[in-house]
Design a binder for this molecule. Structure first.
Ligand code: ADE
Length: 260
């Protein structure tokens, strides 16, 4: 997977890209990240990349010319690959989006700074806008690293363990089941016996049930988005009708619908 990143702060990327999974993905030719300093395309004496907003008001706005010139030179206009603007106004980044990105050969990201972008960048240059969540950061560099990391983990071969990504929270649409390692008893707290039974069918069902229950307790909204088996519905039904869990009304509705 090949990323182009347009940024005013290329120096913040290497430490993270040279660590752990991303480093290994690069070494195994599964990842290439090309950093482009937007300032290199600012043509005035001071290499200006921002300016005051028309109409007044506080803050500075990223100028269109350096960004258009950088994209023109690196990707052409219209760009040869999807070109993502990182902004709190974008579509929220999800595991599904990361999976869709991981199937692309190339993806380009534009990181903003200051109070925003000249609107013509949105309207006439980028192909989509992505937000990593409903909060405002000072720039798109951390969001870009998040997109690169979440996407690269899903490129086949990037994780040593072939099941590594498929067990993650969200990949099945559910939160991950609880994990334990040695010792079997720590400060009096025991590892559930079922995990030490060696019976993989029983362990798998226990894990699925735990995922369902954790999701019901912490993120019931996720249960509305996935296909549930009859066995799943049975487990949820037991819990939902026995205890008052926030959001359980909508799960009750789903269970009712599925039974009809
Ligand atoms: N730039 C600043 N805040 C951001 C956010 N939440 N997501 C993506 N890019 C951003």
């Amino acid at each position: 997977m090949y990323f182009d990143v347009f940024t005013l702060f290329p120096e913040v990327f290497p430490a993270y890209l040279e660590t752990s999974i991303l480093k290994r993905a690069k070494e195994n030719d599964l990842l290439e990240v090309h950093l482009h300093d937007i300032r290199d395309w600012a043509t005035d004496k001071h290499h200006t990349t921002d300016d005051t907003p028309y109409g007044g008001g506080g803050g500075m706005v990223m100028k269109p010319e350096p960004i258009f010139s950088a994209v023109q030179e690196i990707l052409d206009i219209p760009p040869i690959c999807p070109l993502v603007l990182l902004t709190p106004q974008g579509e929220t980044f999800t595991q599904q989006k990361a999976l869709a990105f991981s199937k692309l050969p190339r993806l380009a990201l534009i990181c903003g700074r200051y109070e925003g972008f000249d609107e013509r960048i949105r309207e006439h240059l980028v192909t989509e806008e992505i937000s990593i969540g409903d909060y405002v950061l000072s720039g798109g560099e951390l969001p870009a690293l998040i997109v690169i990391e979440a996407t690269t983990r899903l490129v086949p071969g990037a994780l040593g363990d072939p099941d590594g990504a498929s067990d993650d929270s969200f990949s099945s649409g559910l939160l991950e089941y609880p994990q334990y390692t040695r010792p079997p008893v720590f400060q009096g707290w025991k590892v559930p016996e079922v995990l030490q039974s060696g019976d993989h069918a029983v362990i798998n069902r226990w894990r699925r049930n735990q995922s369902l229950l954790h999701t019901l307790q912490k993120r019931p909204d996720l249960l509305l988005k996935i296909d549930l088996t009859d066995a799943d519905l049975k487990v949820l039904e037991q819990v939902v009708y026995e205890s008052e869990i926030p959001g359980s009304d909508s799960i009750k509705k789903i269970i009712k619908q599925r039974k009809e």
